[in-house]
Design a protein around this ligand. Structure first.
Ligand code: GAL
Length: 418
């Protein structure tokens, strides 16, 4: 009898239009938000959902850059156990949408006028074959140079705005026994630094040819050679033997004064803040030399997966709540990224975030997608590029020209034509 009542109640709830009447159902959320700031940002989301009757069942997979999370997701999907919500970003998103795994969010997007309010770059990223396939969380900036203000004050220098100033800073810091640059040899982190350096040396037009159009022959350009030479030089300013440390360890070195600079997406800034550091006091952030007026972005998104659990209304509610301006401000303040909407008062965000948001919004800015964070190429191309760069750095005998040839070979054009 009781079972029948529950069944009937469930049926009645399903029959009611709109999500407001749907009973609270937990949603299984797979993500890689596991560092201190990432965890707090995820908790902020889950609290907002809870206040709106949605229970977040956590499926966090540790590992920077989502390397492990993407693999776990793949195996869960293959086992017929797809989560309800997943941190799927960039091309991984479209790959899953292609096989019908991603639930379209067109109804929510129309209701909340996403096309009119999102930055066009963000709207494009979540649109695929006439469908809206994810809820955008925030925009990260990869061409970010974080520096320890105390160490720069000690050597009497402002943060570098040109490579000549950067080299001077390296010399002065090294002369005082200070590690100039925190470094990790994890392939995805090497790729993260490289793409920012590539943008600096190649400029946005060639960067697009290399990363977006993926023209193999463009990889033989002398400007790529310059970027590879600079990457090796940067790596060698850090005298440590090769070590693949988590990005949080490299960030910790910056805060502890063990290293003076860090080239990393602005999630590292979120992490510094989560540890109690203040931007403008303990650390500062500028763009990497040569990347002024450009925004190398990685946009985090949550996809709702079609998994036969009949949680569609709850999943739509998640998307709707993620998009809300108040969620955007609360989440991004912690995460280190910036809101995805054009009409937003970002005055309450820190100065790095305000700069990033203003730059992304400025029509004169060249916005270019991150390869290392899946905004431009499929998972295997991205991994092949990262591995090649890693090999180049760990094998001092490999000349930049050889690395260029290898990169030209692993880069696959979007159409898969040679
Ligand atoms: C990126 C992700 C960021 C941040 C970073 C380190 O792929 O977009 O939000 O989490 O990995 O884990």
């Amino acid at each position: 009898m009781k079972a029948l009542a529950v069944l009937l109640l469930g049926w009645a709830a399903l029959a009611m239009p709109g999500w407001a009447q749907v009973p609270a159902q937990p949603v299984d959320v797979l993500h890689w938000l596991t560092s201190a700031s990432e965890r707090r940002a995820a908790n902020q989301l889950s609290a907002i959902l809870a206040a709106n009757g949605v229970q977040w069942r956590d499926a966090a997979i540790p590992g920077g850059g989502g390397m492990a999370a993407v693999k776990v997701l793949k195996s869960r999907v293959l086992m017929g156990d797809a989560p309800d919500v997943a941190q799927l970003i960039g091309t991984t998103l479209t790959e899953w949408a292609d096989v019908g795994l991603v639930m379209p969010l067109n109804a929510v997007a129309t209701r909340q006028r996403w096309a009119q309010t999102l930055f066009p770059t963000v709207m494009d990223l979540v649109s695929y074959n006439g469908m809206v396939i994810a809820a955008p969380l925030g925009i990260h900036r990869i061409n970010t140079l974080l520096y320890n203000r105390r160490l720069f004050a000690r050597v009497g220098l402002p943060p570098p705005t040109t490579w000549a100033e950067f080299e001077l800073a390296v010399r002065k810091l090294s002369a005082q026994g200070i590690q100039p640059l925190a470094w990790s040899d994890e392939p995805w982190q090497v790729a993260t630094v490289f793409e920012a350096v590539l943008l600096s040396d190649a400029g946005p037009a060639l960067y697009r040819e290399l990363i977006v159009q993926r023209r193999s022959s463009a990889w033989l350009d002398p400007r790529v050679e310059r970027a590879l030479t600079r990457l090796r030089w940067l790596r060698n300013t850090n005298g440590e033997p090769p070590r693949e440390k988590p990005w949080t360890d490299a960030t910790r070195e910056l805060l502890a004064g063990k290293a003076a600079m860090l080239v990393m997406g602005d999630w590292a800034k979120g992490e510094l803040i989560a540890w109690g550091a203040s931007p403008g006091k303990d650390f500062g952030c500028v763009v990497l030399p040569g990347t002024e007026n450009t925004h190398l972005y990685s946009i985090d998104t949550l996809a709702m997966l079609a998994n036969g659990h009949h949680r569609d209304a709850t999943q739509e509610k998640v998307a709707e709540l993620v998009f809300n301006a108040s969620t955007q401000l609360a989440y991004n303040r912690i995460k280190g990224s910036v809101p995805v909407q054009r009409d937003m008062d970002v005055a309450s965000l820190d100065s790095c975030a305000r700069d990033s948001w203003a730059s992304f919004a400025d029509p004169r800015t060249a916005r270019v997608p991150s390869l290392a964070h899946r905004m431009a190429a499929d998972e295997s191309t991205k991994d092949a590029v990262a591995q090649t760069l890693w090999r180049y750095l760990t094998d001092p005998r490999m000349e930049p020209a050889e690395a260029q040839r290898r990169l030209a070979a692993v880069i696959r054009a979007p159409s898969n034509t040679p």
